[in-house]
Design a protein around this ligand. Structure first.
Ligand code: 13P
Length: 253
């Protein structure tokens, strides 16, 4: 039985005070409610330590939005797995479409694979590995091929001891920040395909790996998305920036 996970990706938003206030508001409510799912917040890296201090001892896990694939060295501006772990991170998002596609990043599958391997060989963080097709790829009926490629290329030489070692996030690029949420049927079809790939790679472990949906999740549409058999929670952008809407999505699990 897969326990649901709802993760907040705050992206490049909020101030230090706003980040601390938001996690404090979430903590206050979730401490009282004891949610039935796992909850993670991914603040901007510079605020991660402050957010982790507020979340410490609660049910809220803290994650980073990116990491570099080498343990240390002359990599100006980059941050290592150890550094993230040192400041209180226990998850890290890898391969978000805003890093795959946005001008100036262009992270390719080989680079993302190096990141996943770096995180897993260190063993302290759980990667949230993102995959998803663009609108053009969907229109050309290439969604499944793209997902297969991104899963297989991203997980080359990745051995898993347990299904808890990694999380996959399906984020169709056309649904991110657009208000054009995938329908529950579209999400389930993509998740089922990803599940098939994970099963082919990891056998029974693949059945237990959590697959999150991300892309314009709101309090209104969360419950029907989360009710799909292979949708194990969500990766939430815009709606995670306000305590009320994020809590409503957590409750929708
Ligand atoms: P939105 O929820 O704002 O569409 O963002 C989704 C996302 O990119 C989460 O990583």
């Amino acid at each position: 039985m897969r326990r649901k996970l709802v993760a907040a990706n705050w992206k490049m938003n909020l101030t230090r005070a706003g980040s601390v206030d938001l996690v404090a508001a979430l903590r206050k409510q979730l401490d009282a409610e004891a949610p039935r799912c796992d909850v993670v917040v991914c603040p901007p890296t510079v605020y991660l330590e402050a957010v982790a201090a507020v979340a410490s001892g609660s049910c809220i896990g803290v994650g980073a939005q990116n990491v570099f694939g080498e343990p240390k060295g002359a990599f100006t501006g980059e941050v290592s797995v150890e550094m993230l772990s040192d400041i209180g991170s226990s998850y890290v998002i890898i391969g978000h479409s805003e890093r795959r596609h946005t001008i100036g990043h262009h992270e390719d599958d080989a680079m993302l694979n190096a990141k996943v391997r770096a995180v897993l060989s260190d063993g302290r963080l759980v990667p949230i590995h993102c995959v998803g097709e663009t609108l053009g790829e969907r229109k050309e009926s290439r969604t499944e091929r793209v997902l297969t490629y991104q899963i297989r290329a991203g997980l080359i030489d990745v051995q898993l001891q347990s299904s808890q070692g990694i999380v996959i996030a399906y984020e169709p690029v056309w649904a991110i920040g657009t208000g054009q949420t995938a329908t529950p049927e579209q999400a389930q079809a993509a998740h089922m395909h990803i599940r098939k790939e994970l099963r082919a790679l990891y056998g029974r472990i693949g059945d237990e790996i959590r697959i999150l949906y991300g892309g314009s999740v709101t309090p209104e549409n969360a419950a029907t998305l989360f009710a799909q058999p292979d949708v194990d929670g969500g990766l939430i952008g815009g709606a995670s920036l306000k305590a009320d809407s994020f809590l409503a999505i957590v409750r929708a699990t």
